[in-house]
Design a protein around this ligand. Structure first.
Ligand code: AMP
Length: 582
């Protein structure tokens, strides 16, 4: 079923998806049976009383829910070289490292061939639907992708990001040929150790192959925005490189990258003039993508969850081109495919493929009290994939072919509907990322709503919130929220004061509103940051080894994240306190 077909047939893939989703409950039972039949004798599962049973009821009765902390000792032993069947019967072939942007610590996760095949299965499925909606046959992809460093664990396993683990797989290139156009940039650019050099070269190679580009891609939307913001700054230099046929000696210094890109360059004044003319003709960079890449059909990236903030900016760059939301997955495994690529990012959902893992969902209800961020929700007993209810919130729990059993993902999703019998999920946010002082609780999405609402006051077409994050300040009494904004230009103080008031009003959570009224929470503070502050935050993460491809700026900074807090504290240029509840 998951083997590479000799020729990719989108209609066959779609037909298979239709079949799999008809009776998702049966497919889930079979998926669990296979996982447990393969791995029932592992150290983790043995002794839990399953005694060969593979049905969901026995599984739930015998095996507890687990977090990464529970599994860490087992994964560490595998990384250290224990080749006995610890979590899986077949050996784990490498380790995936999560991005670590949520808690500042990168998690180790098992990776194996099954995970590879299942990821490809999801990619093929979403491609089949995407290509039906927006057919592309030949040409190239302008991809802002960055390989990440890898290292060898004590036990000799390669540890790197899940995407790099995919790239490393020998079958990957062959399989991707069917579903992905070749990247404009040579491999040396993708694998360059210096992100800024890679980005410059991606832009340059994209211009060299401008007429052939059919799609524009990055894994997370943030990287696309960064790419075009950089383009705004460096386009003149890019034109001069194209005109002279010589790669800028200051922008790109890595010898392997220079060599690979120089091989593509020859003096081309006509192209340089054309690019310059098109850039000069744009108004505030609106529609730069279709102007420079006239044959591009769509822009493809993760633009949901914490990436939704970038949609507005991306729409400017994309002009009328559709923004297609990319699938939902994690280093732990894939979860859902976007099978409705025509929907705008705000409405995008992820349809769970019932054969890629065994899924459970912990029902979450808004809690009306509790002092910790964890008390944002009250939990009920996990339900099956097909038992979820439309409109309800859940935490995703996965049992995978790579040794995770009843593993809590920490992601909150909302059920938007069903595709046949399998749910379509909307991504809500990371469960642990909450803005909370006492009885008030806000998710990343709540913060985003407040920011979007307040940003409407900014004079349209001139000012925008480039980046934002938030923090619950509890070292003073009463505590209060701090929202950090970086703007694209200077704003006047009256406008910013109004934004600050509106932000305060924008947090609609009942606990917050009542605490504000009773002064249990102090006035919201808006700190406007110096331009470039979030670049420093990004570089801080990169210096800790975070992978560029997977970087996601947390929309609420945890108290433990002292590195980021220091940068934010040191770069405020203006501070406002809300009068909204005076
Ligand atoms: P990592 O394991 O570092 O690759 O990060 C995976 C996490 O990224 C997931 O658990 C989600 O929180 C987030 N994520 C992945 N895909 C999406 C998506 N399509 N939309 C929103 N967030 C996503």
């Amino acid at each position: 079923m998951l083997e590479k077909k000799r020729e990719f047939s989108g209609e066959e893939v779609i037909a298979e998806f239709e079949r799999l989703t008809q009776d998702a409950a049966a497919v889930q039972r079979e998926t669990l049976r296979r996982i447990l039949a393969d791995n029932g004798a592992t150290e983790y599962l043995q002794g839990r009383g399953l005694a060969g049973r593979t049905d969901p009821d026995s599984f739930r009765a015998c095996v507890p829910l687990a977090t990464h902390d529970d599994l860490e000792p087992y994964i560490s032993r595998i990384a250290d070289g224990d080749t006995s069947p610890v979590l899986t019967a077949k050996p784990i072939t490498s380790i995936s490292l999560s991005s670590g942007t949520t808690q500042g610590k990168r998690k180790y996760l098992p990776f194996n061939d099954e995970l590879f095949k299942l990821t490809m299965h999801v990619y093929r499925t979403s491609f089949a639907f995407r290509n039906r909606a927006f057919p592309v046959e030949d040409g190239k992809a302008l991809q802002f992708v960055y390989g990440s460093r890898q290292f060898t664990t004590k036990g000799g396993l390669i540890a790197t990001t899940a995407t790099t683990n995919l790239y490393r797989n020998e079958e990957f290139k062959a399989m991707m040929c069917d579903i992905q156009l070749p990247c404009c940039s040579p491999n040396e650019v993708i694998m360059s150790p210096d992100f800024a050099q890679s980005l410059y070269c991606h832009l340059l190679c994209g211009l060299l192959f401008a007429d052939e580009v059919r799609t524009v891609f990055s894994m997370f939307g943030h990287n696309l925005v960064l790419a075009f913001q950089t383009f705004e700054r460096v386009w003149v230099e890019l034109c001069s490189d194209i005109r002279d046929g010589v790669l800028s000696p200051t922008r790109v210094t890595a010898p392997a990258v220079r060599q690979a890109v120089s091989a593509l360059l020859a003096p081309d004044p006509a192209l340089a003039d054309e690019v310059a003319r098109k850039c000069a003709g744009l108004s505030d960079w609106y529609g730069v993508i279709p102007a420079l890449w006239p044959n591009a059909k769509y822009v493809h990236s993760i633009v949901t969850g914490s990436m939704e903030h970038y949609v507005k900016k991306l729409r400017r760059y994309a002009g009328g081109l559709p923004l297609v939301a990319m699938d939902y997955g994690a280093s732990e495994g894939m979860i859902g495919a976007n099978v409705e690529p025509g929907l705008p990012p705000e409405s995008a959902t992820f349809t769970v493929l019932p054969d890629i893992a065994y899924f459970e969902f912990i029902p979450l209800n808004n809690s009306d009290g509790g002092a910790s961020a964890d008390a944002l929700y009250t939990e009920a007993e996990p339900v099956d994939l097909t038992e979820v209810a439309i409109g309800e919130h859940y935490e995703v729990v996965m049992t995978t072919f790579a040794g995770l059993y009843r593993y809590r993902m920490g992601d909150v999703v909302k059920v938007a509907g069903f595709y046949n019998s399998t749910p379509k999920l909307k991504f809500v946010g990371r469960r642990s990322l909450t803005l909370s002082i006492n009885v008030d609780k806000n998710t990343e999405q709540d913060v985003q709503r407040a920011v979007d609402g307040a940003a409407k006051i900014l004079p349209a077409e001139k000012l925008e919130v480039v980046e934002y994050t938030s923090y619950a300040e509890v070292s003073c009494d009463p505590g209060h929220y701090i929202v950090f904004w970086e703007l694209n230009d200077e704003a006047n103080d009256d406008v910013l004061q109004s934004c600050c008031d509106e932000l305060d009003r924008g947090f609609a959570d009942a606990g917050y509103v009542s605490s504000r009224k009773t002064r249990g929470i102090g006035p919201l503070e808006l700190r406007v940051l110096q331009s470039g502050t979030f670049q420093k935050v990004l570089h801080h993460y990169l210096s800790l080894g975070a992978p560029m491809n997977q970087f996601k700026l947390p929309r609420c900074v945890a108290r433990s994240n002292s590195g980021v807090l220091q940068i934010l504290a040191g770069n405020a240029v203006k501070v406002f306190f809300s009068n909204a509840y005076d």
